[in-house]
Design a protein around this ligand. Sequence first.
Ligand code: MOS
Length: 684
Amino acid sequence: MTGSVGAPAERREGREKVSGTARYAGEFHFPGRAQAWPVPAGVARGRVTAVDTAVALAVPGVLAVLTHENAPRLAEPDDPTLALLQDTRVPHRGWFVALVVAETLEAARAGAAAVRVAYDAEEHDVTLTASHPGVYVPEEANGGHPAVREQGDPDGAFAASAARVDVAYRVPPLHNHPMEPHTSTARWEDGRLTVHTSSQGTGAVRAVLAKLFGLPEERIVVTAEHVGGGFGSKGTPRPDVVLAAMAARETGRPVTVALPRRCLPAVVGHRAPTLHRLRLGAGADGRLASLTHEVTTYTSRIKEFVEQAAVPARVMYAAPHSRTVHRVAALDVPSPSWMRAPGEAPGMYALESALDELATELGMDPVELRVRNEPDVEPDSGRPFSSRHLVECLREGARRFGWAGRDPRPGVRREGPLLLGTGVAAATYPVMVGPSTATARALPDGSFLVRINATDIGTGARTVLAQVGADALGVPLERVRIEVGSTELPSAPLAGGSSGTASWGWAVHDACAGLARRPAGQGLDHRADTTGAADAESGFARHAFGAHFAEVAVDTVTGEVRVGRLLGVYAAGRILNARTARSQFVGGMTMGLGMALTEGSTMDAAFGDFTESDLASYHVPVHADVAEIEAHWLDEEDSRLNPMGSKGIGEIGIVGTAAAIGNAVHHATGVRLRELPLTPDRVL
Ligand code: MOS
């Protein structure tokens, strides 16, 4: 071992990024490259009856206007959100009904503004309520989870409990809004398609393009060398890549489609709103007898997507009687999709807030309440945990935060107009892993080249994989070169589900270890195909855990909530790079801070549209919003994961943060707010 793994190695592409030389998908300046601007539908439901493109085509520089009448015919995609410009149907406001291609971005934008679209509008319905007549229980929630699970007699046990909490929470629609909007540059040459795109996984992009355009995959290359964030919204191909490929084929020019920020909420997925009802019944000792978590959410008319927000309640606490339910209504809304910790982020907000309410009801410390309900095995499945150090995270967090001696009384700490409080919440995120392939090659200069189609979406994947490779080869980190981000490389899964490093790292480890084991003279290349599956079938429940602590000051005059301190402690297996891991945890917590205090989208019932569609109105946290943010981790050893012993770390940071902040706001004010975000109008 050379000890690369675990070291705080700097990002390999860090200098390129901060110096502006790292090339993103919109920055491939091919000769003759055209730009495009989409035209979003102006009704929430209906049909396009006519598109007048004459004025747009007369705008200087405009090359073409694609509509359902003249766009290339595509094969039917598995993902209905990619059936673009194929028919007249408008399934939601913001659905693209035309694309203007021009010599410059300015001309494309002016052309898009000049396209006149006539509609036959129909009544729309975009308002989710728990009692909506369209609500149904789906076959399953996302991730293949059963929609409903029930053990024992949750209603009877709840009725018989000494302490009871029966509460409802609401999490609003949330938007991923990565720094780099969804962008693709496409070019056709001799029947071959090359696409530079901003995606969490180019393999899926290539597969979808092959199907849509009827091409063998060998004739398509998709690269994603640098990606300015995705948070789930780039986990599947989005309209930009399909539109760019269509426009490039139609015009015979390379074409870049960079989606305008204001288009993103409607077409790249969002976190669907969730309505939660929780019923917790416990004995006077705090032990849960009954746990019910029922979630109602929405999906679009064209695609069923069911945020699996009751799933973490199947993992967290021992309760002999339990019920977890997902319900969904199909409305005339944009299709929701993956957003950082789908399921866990909204589900744990509700569950961990309800736990806090139960602690108040019992007069018990909320850390202690969680410790008392620690299960021996995963409650829903009965499987043993491969490792679970939630109690250690809570204890270590409490120690670092200075939780001991906390006055549990709410609403009693005043500093001028401020009310002060602290809160805690637990976090969990599943361990996932997928099949992956990597190759390792010894080069004549003594260095090694590792190749794998991993995607570095800003996480530092390149750097971490080089560390894994260096240790497996037994060489210093500088001697390992790595190539990622292209379908020309050995195939690997997307950067999603906090599974990237585990999946790719496994293959990189095996390729490098295999090369290192070769006797001299027996070849300079080694290829490894890992399934990632054998271990998952080992019968263990595998999850990362964490504990979040927050300190808030609530201004009784303005209603503003300021978070003075956020602290997270994680048990996520072996941490492979202390620097980039810290960034992931802190980034997740910052996103959780936004979820708690500022982020939230409002569906306008009359227009059928989100009212906050840009960063001027959809407020994400900035530096000044977080005074102090700390991420720590335990040295967790778990031999039942992968050769590195790592769990995923990209999502768990967001999971318990909003609940910890909400619980701190209750501790500060004595008022329990059950709808996010905790904006001043709600706080006052
Ligand atoms: Mo993440 S929402 O699994 O890309």
